[in-house]
Design a protein around this ligand. Structure first.
Ligand SMILES: [Fe+2]
Ligand SMILES: [Fe+2]
Length: 146
C-alpha cells in the first residue's frame, strides 16, 4: 500500500541513514540501512495509530531481520578472529531480549511503551553501529569481506 503524496508535504523519516554509519563493507552497510527502514516502519505504524497487532507484526519483522544480521555479523567476526566477539555477541543478545520485552508490554496493552520503544530502537542502533560495529571494520575488511 502506498501513502498518498500530499503536495507541499515532505515526509521526514524518523531515523535517517547518514555517512557516519558507513563502514565501507557493502553487505553490512546495506543490512544496517534495511534495519533503519524497519525502525521507520515501526514509527510510521505508531504515528498513524495502527493497532497493536500491526506494530507487533512489524516488530517481528525487525527482530527476524536483526537476528539474521547479527548472525552474519558474528560470522564475519569469527572469520577474522575478532578479539571482542563475545562482548559484541552479548550486546546482540541484549537487543533481541529488549525487543521481546517490548512485545510483551505491547501484548499486555500498554501503548505508553511506544515512545520508549522508538527511543530505544534509534539510540540502540545509533550507539551500537558507532561504538561496537565500527570496532571490527578493520579486521573484517582485512580478510576480504565486503
Ligand atoms: Fe553488531
Ligand atoms: Fe550491525
Amino acid at each position: 500500500m502506498h501513502t498518498p503524496i500530499v503536495p507541499g508535504e515532505t515526509k521526514v523519516p524518523f531515523m535517517e541513514w547518514s555517512e557516519q554509519y558507513r563502514m565501507h563493507i557493502e553487505s553490512l552497510d546495506q543490512q544496517h540501512q534495511a534495519i533503519i527502514a524497519l525502525i521507520n516502519e515501526v514509527q510510521e505504524a505508531i504515528q498513524s495509530a495502527a493497532a497493536p497487532v500491526v506494530v507487533d507484526g512489524i516488530l517481528r519483522k525487525l527482530s527476524a531481520y536483526a537476528e539474521e544480521h547479527f548472525a552474519y555479523e558474528e560470522q564475519c567476526m569469527e572469520l577474522c578472529q575478532f578479539a571482542a566477539l563475545t562482548k559484541h555477541q552479548c550486546q546482540h543478545r541484549e537487543m533481541k531480549k529488549a525487543i521481546v520485552d517490548f512485545q510483551t508490554a505491547i501484548a499486555l496493552g500498554n501503548p505508553a511503551i511506544y515512545m520508549d520503544l522508538l527511543n530505544f530502537l534509534m539510540k540502540w542502533l545509533h550507539g551500537h553501529i558507532l561504538r561496537m560495529d565500527m570496532e571490527y571494520v578493520r579486521d573484517v575488511r582485512s580478510v576480504g569481506i565486503r
